[in-house]
Write a protein that binds this ligand. Structure first.
Ligand code: URA
Length: 240
């Protein structure tokens, strides 16, 4: 159930405030009856009419893409580079990525036309957990891990507590693999955090977005989210 004015706004009738005005003016009907009081809840199946014209509630779509390198995570690119949206061939709805991954970062990214969920998932207040695996130059040690966990200063901002774990150290190649779990999504955050402790990132993959992984998807492949996964994502932001 959702508030009538919110459903109207989502259907593109008018802003929430302008929708409230339409309701007060007696121009809105729910299942054939004029509704003038504010704040009533409606179901997806309710027939809502404005000036006796039914509004169509936009159906929401949710996808998970295993983003390859060399693809930009926006809906359009002025430079004409390939975007994550271009990879979802056959999907006709206008969808947008939830947050961003760098051009050279791989891994889990969600795309949807649900603007409200996108705003919630990307809002710092909700802080959905994101798990990254980074290949870095250098042999990372516990001291660096502890600094990453406590928070480091990047661009004059102290990062919030994170979880970090050394997965592998390769002395021959002078590289390490680190898992970093963060709740924020500042620009280039993982690369900047690791650089600030002396370990520049060579490769970065987002292994998990909340509970979602790219399991079963090759690089560049995508799938529609299952209803229970969408519900769980919504629950994550409601609980936050
Ligand atoms: N942090 C980064 O530095 N890059 C990404 O793409 C995502 C998180």
């Amino acid at each position: 159930m959702e508030r009538l004015q919110k459903v109207m706004a989502h259907a593109g009738v008018a802003s929430r405030r302008a929708s409230e005005k339409l309701i007060k003016e007696g121009r809105v009907k729910v299942n054939g009856s004029v509704v003038k009081e504010m704040g009533i809840n409606v179901k997806k199946t309710d027939l809502i009419e404005v000036d006796s014209i039914p509004i169509v509630q936009e159906q929401k779509y949710y996808f998970l893409l295993n983003k390859p390198r060399g693809v930009i995570s926006s809906a359009d690119d002025p430079k004409g580079r390939k975007t994550v949206v271009d990879l979802l061939s056959g999907v006709e709805q206008r969808i947008y990525p939830v947050g961003r991954l760098d051009y050279d970062t791989t891994g889990v990214i969600i795309l949807t036309n649900d603007g409200e969920l996108t705003n919630q998932l990307t809002h710092p207040k909700y802080g959905v957990e994101k798990t990254y695996i980074a290949k870095v130059t250098g042999l990372i040690d516990k001291k660096a891990v502890s600094r990453l966990e406590k928070g480091v200063v990047i661009d004059g901002y102290k990062t919030r507590p994170a979880k970090a774990r050394i997965m592998d150290v390769d002395a021959k190649k002078n590289t390490s693999l680190v898992e970093l779990v963060i709740h924020e999504g500042k620009n280039h955050q993982v690369k900047k955090m690791l650089k600030s402790v002396g370990f520049p990132v060579e490769k970065l993959n987002r292994d998990k977005y909340g509970f979602l992984t790219a399991e079963g998807l090759q690089s560049g492949e995508w799938r529609e989210l299952k209803q229970f996964e969408v519900n769980k994502l919504k629950q994550l932001v409601e609980e936050a």
